[in-house]
Design a protein around this ligand. Sequence first.
Ligand SMILES: [Zn+2]
Length: 201
Amino acid sequence: MKTIERLINFMDKHDYQYTNGFDQYGDAIVIHERCDEMTIIENELYRLCELKTADIGKNDINLYYDDECTICDKCGKIVSTQTYSSPQYYMDYDACECICADCVHKDPSNYIDWLNNHDNRANTILSMDELYHNNYEKLGVVDYQNGLHEGMNDDPKQIFAELSKTHKNIIFDITQMNPFYIDFGVYVRNEDWYEISKEVV
Ligand SMILES: [Zn+2]
């Protein structure tokens, strides 16, 4: 029996309210309502993982409270919504539809359309390569910074206003994020480069 099955048996035995499924790392269990159950279930998970029996599954089980996650509307995967110290790895299209990063990677077109030409939206999912394959190239090599430390005052609204004079399609991209500051870059659609260079010629 796998660890996940043992843990589910344990929760069933104690009448704990939960949902189980998969997140991006593997098995996931969502525990309903914030209470002491999480500590008890975590302890049981640690205990099961420490049992060195051959039939035990991998220790890739993640526990969430139900207010710490959401469900991908496309694939049904459980997605953590905790973004205190790392960028958001899911897309919640204006809080109406949640799409996990894996589904965004499979078909990034809607995500790119959603990001395009908005000074209050930024990519946290796609890599530089993925943006490049979707015809966006990074503008410049030094990232902008906005944060609590002195000099970290780059303003996306001002940057967008300035760049939109010369570029038709602009995407902001968060390269680093922590509680104190954000590093971000700008991508522009490379098809526009050719149009701009043609205009210059
Ligand atoms: Zn998904």
